[in-house]
Ligand binder design. Structure first.
Ligand code: SF4
Length: 341
């Protein structure tokens, strides 16, 4: 496991100084600045210096603007605040709870499930989510350059059972459009692939990321594009996000959401029902509700399976079936995610 700060790898590799790249460079990195913007007193709940050193605060300003000033319990703030609880060791909470290092097919590519290959398309993100299951991931060993990518992609080309490529990371849309386009074109050239899935939080945290060049790339892609957003609370969406999502939908992409069930963020049925309704209003279907992975430093976000089932049962009694996400847990070495409700 790397001790480096992979998500701090320089992000802008292109000369493009578009609005989204400026927003990406101008994220809030200092806890004191975040608290000042939110009119919160640092003396009441100091940031953990150790947590900040291990996984630095990183929040786009557009996301901060959706937080409620003066409210320590704001569900968006809780997702990004380097809390003292992160420094407590908890038995069973480890650096690589999903044993992803063992799933490496080739540098930059993991294969966890039949028929799908997951590409670590970017070693960085726009936002640092404290509960992230890859917060300790060894990105240094899984960040190929173009030459190395071509060698790694041969492992997909040689396995005709793989029909879906999943761009993950980090956040694949943290790459500029030319780098992303290059990778997509490499995948389009692999004959047996029919689906391109993109897991991203960027259209939510920096909606300007949905550029004309990105839209053209997705619209012209010969693969069926599935965009899986990551939204945990309805407050994360505003009108700019709605517009960005509508533009993505207009390319023909299928839009899904996966959320993580997080203590103090969305572990009540009203918040989850509101989340499903809000993402649907934006044109996105709820897909998965993940129980948190047991990543070192994140035990304070845990929600039990029993509580998760109760919450989903309440959602089912309230919402039409298509708005009830599947409650899942990822268990290493299983052939699929484990569906709990
Ligand atoms: S955007 Fe995704 S990969 Fe990046 S820190 Fe958040 S949860 Fe982790």
């Amino acid at each position: 496991m790397s001790n480096t700060l992979p998500f701090e790898t320089p992000i802008a590799r292109e000369s493009d100084d578009s609005a989204w790249q400026r927003a990406l460079k101008d994220v809030v990195r200092e806890p004191a600045e975040l608290l000042s913007l939110l009119e919160l007193d640092p003396a009441t709940r100091p940031a953990s210096l150790a947590a900040q050193a291990a996984f630095p605060l990183r929040v786009p300003r557009a996301f901060v603007a959706r937080m409620q000033a003066g409210d320590w319990s704001d569900p968006l703030l809780r997702q990004v605040w380097p809390a003292l609880e992160e420094t407590r060791a908890t038995a069973g909470w480890v650096g690589d709870p999903l044993q992803e290092q063992q799933a490496t097919l080739a540098p930059g590519i993991l294969q966890k499930y039949h028929g799908r290959a997951l590409l670590m398309a970017a070693p960085h993100c726009a936002i640092h989510c404290r509960y992230c299951f890859r917060r300790h991931f060894d990105y240094d060993a899984n960040s190929p350059g173009r030459q190395a990518w071509q060698e790694s992609l041969a492992s997909i080309r040689d396995d005709t059972s793989i029909t879906e490529a999943i761009l993950s990371g980090g956040d694949p849309l943290a790459n500029g459009d030319s780098q992303l386009g290059w990778l997509v074109r490499q995948l389009e050239a692999i004959p047996q692939l029919d689906t391109l899935r993109i897991h991203t939080r960027l259209p939510v945290v920096i909606p300007e990321r949905v550029t004309d060049a990105l839209l053209a790339l997705l619209r012209d892609c010969r693969l069926q594009v599935v965009v899986v957003l990551h939204i945990n609370h309805g407050n994360e969406l505003d009108a700019d996000c709605d517009a960005a999502i509508a533009r993505l939908r207009n390319t023909g992409a299928i839009m899904l959401n996966q959320a993580v069930l997080l203590a103090g963020v969305n572990d009540d049925s009203d918040a989850l029902v509101a989340l499903s309704r809000r993402v649907f209003a934006a044109g996105v279907l709820p897909y998965y509700l993940h129980l948190p992975d047991r990543v070192a430093g994140t035990a304070h976000f845990d929600v039990s399976e029993v509580r998760g089932r109760e919450l989903v049962d309440t959602m089912r009694a309230t919402l039409p079936g298509y708005l009830v996400p599947r409650l899942v847990r990822e268990i290493p070495e299983r052939t699929a995610k484990t569906v709990l409700a």
